[in-house]
Ligand binder design. Structure first.
Ligand SMILES: *Cc1c(COP(=O)(O)O)cnc(C)c1O
Length: 370
């Protein structure tokens, strides 16, 4: 334990430590704090504040160049952002081909509370303009199709129409894309993916420079009780320390693998924003720092795709993505609007030539048996 309890907002990891103090941040596992008399200015109760969250929020705030509120999952962060920006009678626009849980949240819960929910496919997102919307929610590149939306253009016209713009930046992280710099109001992200990086926790965050929204988001967290566990927060902090090196490696490997997959006879279609000729490529080059670590590949049919995933010794058959180990799955099994043979491949940190030979072997085996 730290000798002296840090105050909320105190710069924990930048603070000069007392000689002999642990360098790793404190894992503060507490619901109660010693609180005689005046309760202001110190941690008081575990649903309102926790020094471990603050270390993580400070690291994320540095990456996002914005204020951050930490949540126990990406969906908890998305819920907080949406609930903080809309009221009954408002209209919101969400992508019809983005992460499915965001659509379910909007259609099955926000809609029953009186919010009008409309959807558009990512590729047609700007058609029809944004008049009358309170919130325009985008996800780019979209998961799993990897279509890209022009963040700056959407932001500009949505703001003209009086809407707030929320971007789900999960697939890129702050190292791959900076939506706040391109004008949006709020970034939400699932830190379950690349930021944690080791497939052992769920976490998410909201980042914004809008103090009104941030205040509502923090209030929502406190009163809804959607709070991160200190241990998971601590583990996320560990993950964040290597996020940049992992992300660089994953993107670099993905670029190489996407090009080889695109040239492979057994693969029908490869979607990767970094490929010349990909429908997302020009826009991706303009607005993204890297092209990401997700690849969408379409094989002949569902059986071939299952066999490929099954036979590949270096691919973990699993949902979710962004871990150090490469993983893959057929998204149609969750009802995404993709081909039977569509595989979402999340490229990890393995030595890339070894990874490629496992993929090439599995393709050879699964495609010839067809
Ligand atoms: C995984 C994911 C989420 C949800 O995150 P959880 O941490 O699972 O709640 C939201 N958006 C995108 C794009 C995702 O991939």
């Amino acid at each position: 334990m730290v000798g002296k309890m840090p105050k909320p907002g105190e710069l924990l990891h930048l603070r000069a430590l007392e000689k002999g103090a642990p360098v790793a941040p404190p894992l503060v596992q507490a619901s109660m704090f010693h609180l005689p008399g005046d309760p202001t200015g110190v941690p008081g109760y575990g649903r309102s504040e926790n020094p471990t969250w603050e270390v993580v929020e400070e690291a994320l705030a540095h990456l996002e160049a914005a204020s951050v509120a930490l949540f126990p999952s990406g969906m908890a962060a998305i819920t907080a952002a949406l609930v903080s920006c809309v009221e009954a009678g408002d209209r919101i626009l969400v992508p019809s081909d983005g992460y499915y849980a965001t659509r379910v949240l909007a259609e099955r819960f926000l809609a029953t509370l009186g919010v009008q929910v409309e959807m558009r496919p990512t590729v047609d997102f700007q058609n029809g303009g944004f008049d009358g919307f309170r919130v325009v929610f985008i996800e780019t590149p979209s998961n799993p199709g990897l279509d890209v939306i022009d963040i700056e253009a959407v932001s500009g016209s949505a703001h003209e129409a009086g809407a707030k713009v929320i971007v789900d930046n999960t697939t890129m992280t702050a190292f791959g894309q900076s939506p706040l710099e391109l004008g949006v109001d709020v970034v939400v992200a699932s830190d379950t993916k690349a930021p944690s990086g080791h497939s052992d926790l769920l976490m998410g965050h909201v980042a914004t420079n809008d103090d009104g929204i941030l205040g509502r988001v923090r209030e929502w967290r406190k009163f809804s009780g959607a709070i991160p566990g200190p241990s998971e927060a601590w583990l996320l902090h560990r993950g964040l320390q290597t996020l940049e090196v992992r992300f660089e490696r994953m993107c670099q490997s993905a670029e190489l693998l996407a090009a080889r997959l695109a040239a492979h006879d057994g693969v029908r279609l490869v979607r990767y924003p970094g490929l010349e000729g990909d429908p997302s490529h020009d826009l991706a080059k303009r607005q993204m720092a890297r092209f990401g670590f997700l690849i969408g590949l379409t094989l002949a049919d569902g059986e071939t795709a299952e066999r490929f995933i099954d036979r590949c010794r270096m691919l973990q058959p699993a949902t979710s993505f962004g871990g150090v180990h490469s993983s893959a799955e057929r998204r149609i099994r969750w009802g995404d609007d993709v081909a039977e043979g569509f595989v979402r491949l999340s490229v990890g940190c393995e030595p890339v030539e070894e990874l490629w030979s496992s993929i090439a072997d599995a393709l050879a085996e699964s495609v010839t048996e067809n």
